[in-house]
Structure formats: structure tokens, C-alpha cells
Write a protein that binds this ligand. Structure first.
Ligand SMILES: [Zn+2]
Length: 401
């Protein structure tokens, strides 16, 4: 009897998730369209939709004429009850974004610092303070928090501990555990993931090429990381460390990398490395984003040294991406973060290396594009990660169906 009940609950939760995911992609749509699109029978759909309406996850909207001229009520997602929070720690500072469960943005905050020389404890405290403000803002909008996910540029293990984040100077930081404690053990799940993994999820879910089953997102603001979606799923590897392309050793006698080795891609072609090569007297602003903008202006003005440097960076990125293209045969390589702002000069060099260097003709159909998310891809992916957990049937209320 217990087993039977558990099975029934599982089936119900699965069906709720199937309908929610269908609505996330296809709303507004009718109950009949949900039945046709999911393969569930109409009675089940009617019952599931009733449940989702009770939970304030779905609502009815205007009536429309169906194909035989009869009125049909359409369903849309209801974002009035829940929201997910996505955060990022990077060399640019801290970001918090919240979206309601229907995909409406509730807040987007960025704060500078605490800076690369700050202790991890200080950064975690600042992150927790920003998280508390975001949680309070979601609550004051009348919504419950579904989950909070943080993206970090480094190796994140499956317990949410940051084993190494060279660009932040972090080693063995128990970020998830510390954040849970700082937030007084919240009722919602707190997760930590690699920034590029989340950036890739954002592209896969919401980008202009959403749904592409094989894509790689290159993050570049702090370290250089590759988030990989392979055959429709995030590629994580044994301990969750897959995608650390930034530490491919390009020049064994090259500059020192934050990881302690020499000549890593990150030390040669990461955004901090590029900015460090600029003449500081010409670029007095210490803010990396402002410096990147100045770099763009120089390239736009046709400064030969700047354009040559960007071509060299694009070539190094292209050689490294070529390794990934040979191994993974992606359809799409997305340049994220500050690389996107420099895409006009980087993309041609990356494409050239891919075409010249990949074994497959035309690089196996791989296209190189720039992200449209600016610096928000990681935070948006973090929101998607919390929503995914929700869409997979782990609903927070009325679990007595
Ligand atoms: Zn390195």
C-alpha cells in the first residue's frame, strides 16, 4: 500500500512537471494543446491543470476561438506565488537576480567588490548580506523563494564547496555550507555551481539558440571556463570539474597563472590578463568593466596594437576551443561575459583557428557567436537551475496530492 501510494505520488509529480515544462515553452495554450503536446490524456491534464491553478503556478487567461470556432480558455504561467534567486561572485563583483516562476524579472542588483584581495570570509559575508536583501525583496512581493543558486568561477564540488577559484584567490571555501548557515538554514535549497556551467545553461534555456543540444559557453571575466551542454545535458564529469579549459597549458614558459602553473590559457587570454597588458597610465580607471569599455573604444578607433592584441587573444581562444571541438563536436560556441563585448575582434580569429585546426570539415558545423546576456548569463543560469529543480516535480507546497 505504501509502495502504491509512493508510486502514485511519483507519477503525479512527474505529470505536474511535464505540464509545467510544456507551459514554460508553449504558453499561452489550451488544455487540449497540452494533452496533444505531452501525450497525457485529457482527464489527467484537466486534473493536473486544476492542481497547478490551486498552487498558483498556472492561471487561465482570455478566451479565444479554437479551430472549430468554439471558445477555448488559454493557460499561462502564474508568477504570483514563487520566485528563484540567482547570484554570481566574479572579479567584477557580486550580482543578484530574481525571476518569478513565470519568468518575470523581479530584481537585478550588482555591487562592486569586495575585491580580489578580500578574504573569502569577507566576500561570503557580503554575498550573504546581498542574498538576505534579495530574499526580503522576494518575500515583500508576496512570493516564496523556490531556491537560491550561486555561480562561482572555479572548481565546485558536488557539496557546493569551492575547491579552487584561482581568479578569486579561493581554496577550499565551504560556500554552500557557509551560506546556508549565514541565511539561518532557509527552507529552500541553496546551490553552488561553476559560473560557466550556469552560463551554458542560460544559453541553452533562454538564449537566441535555446534548445541547441551541443553548446559550449566560454566565460572570461575572472578565469576562463567552458560550460558544456552535451547531447542536451550539462557535462559535469566525475567530481563536477569538467570544462576547465582556462588551464590548458599553452606556453610552458609563459606568465604565471593564478593556479600556480605557468602559461595557462587564462594567464594569456583571460580578461584580467588582457587588461593587465594595457598601459595603466592610459587607462586610469581600475574598474575592470570600465577598462574593458575603454579597450573596445580603442579597437573601434582602429588602434593597431589593440586590434593585434585582440586577434592574438582570439587565436589563443580558438586553439583551445579547437580541442573542445575535436572532442565534443559542438554546434555552437558562445563567447560570454566581457569576451562578448570584444566579439567583433575575437570571433573572426576564433573561427579561423577552428576551421584551420579542427579535424572535421567546417569544424563539424560549429558556429561561433557572442552571448546576448552581457554579464548576467551566470546569474540567469543560476535562476534556471533553481527553476529546474522545481520543474522536475519537487514542488514546495500541497505535497498531499
Ligand atoms: Zn592555470
Amino acid at each position: 500500500m505504501t509502495t502504491h501510494t509512493a508510486d502514485h505520488t511519483d507519477v503525479r509529480a512527474t505529470n505536474l512537471a511535464v505540464v509545467l515544462r510544456f507551459l514554460r515553452t508553449n504558453a499561452p495554450c489550451s488544455r487540449a494543446a497540452i494533452a496533444a503536446g505531452t501525450g497525457l490524456n485529457k482527464a489527467t491534464v484537466t486534473s493536473i491543470v486544476g492542481d497547478l491553478i490551486d498552487r498558483r503556478l498556472t492561471k487561465e487567461t482570455q478566451q479565444t476561438q479554437n479551430h472549430v470556432g468554439r471558445p477555448a480558455t488559454l493557460l499561462v504561467l502564474d508568477g504570483s506565488a514563487y520566485a528563484a534567486i540567482g547570484m554570481e561572485v566574479s572579479a567584477l563583483g557580486l550580482t543578484a537576480i530574481a525571476y518569478d516562476s513565470a519568468g518575470g524579472q523581479l530584481l537585478r542588483w550588482h555591487r562592486a567588490g569586495p575585491g580580489a584581495d578580500a578574504s573569502p570570509a569577507k566576500t561570503v559575508a557580503a554575498l550573504a548580506a546581498l542574498a538576505r536583501r534579495a530574499i526580503a525583496a522576494v518575500h515583500s512581493s508576496g512570493r516564496d523563494v523556490l531556491g537560491l543558486t550561486v555561480g562561482v568561477p572555479g572548481l565546485v564540488n558536488r557539496d557546493g564547496a569551492v575547491v579552487l577559484a584561482a581568479g578569486l584567490g579561493w581554496r577550499d571555501v565551504e560556500l554552500r555550507k557557509d551560506l546556508v548557515a549565514a541565511l539561518s538554514r532557509p527552507a529552500f535549497p541553496v546551490m553552488v555551481d561553476n559560473d560557466a556551467n550556469l552560463g551554458a545553461l542560460a544559453e541553452h534555456r533562454y538564449g537566441p539558440h535555446a534548445g541547441s543540444a551541443n553548446l559550449i559557453q566560454l566565460s572570461g571575466d575572472t578565469g576562463v571556463g567552458a560550460g558544456v551542454i552535451c547531447d542536451g545535458h550539462p557535462l559535469r564529469g566525475n567530481l563536477g570539474y569538467a570544462g576547465e579549459i582556462g588551464h590548458l597549458r599553452i606556453k610552458p614558459d609563459g606568465p604565471l597563472c593564478g593556479c600556480g602553473r605557468r602559461g595557462c590559457l587564462e594567464a594569456l587570454a583571460g580578461i584580467p590578463a588582457i587588461l593587465a597588458r594595457l598601459d595603466a597610465s592610459d587607462l586610469p580607471d581600475a574598474d575592470p568593466q570600465a577598462r574593458t569599455e575603454q579597450l573596445v573604444r580603442r579597437a573601434e578607433a582602429g588602434e593597431v596594437d589593440t586590434i593585434n592584441m585582440l586577434t592574438e587573444v582570439g587565436t589563443l581562444l580558438g586553439q583551445s576551443v579547437c580541442v573542445l571541438a575535436n572532442v565534443l563536436n559542438p554546434e555552437l560556441v558562445v563567447l560570454g561575459g566581457s569576451y562578448a563585448a570584444l566579439g567583433r575582434w575575437l570571433v573572426p580569429a576564433v573561427e579561423k583557428e577552428l576551421i584551420d585546426g579542427a579535424l572535421a570539415p567546417e569544424a563539424g558545423g560549429c558556429q561561433v557567436v557572442v552571448s546576448t546576456f552581457g554579464h548576467d548569463a551566470t546569474s540567469i543560469g543560476a535562476v534556471a537551475r533553481s527553476l529546474d529543480r522545481f520543474d522536475s516535480g519537487r514542488l514546495p507546497v500541497n505535497q498531499t496530492t
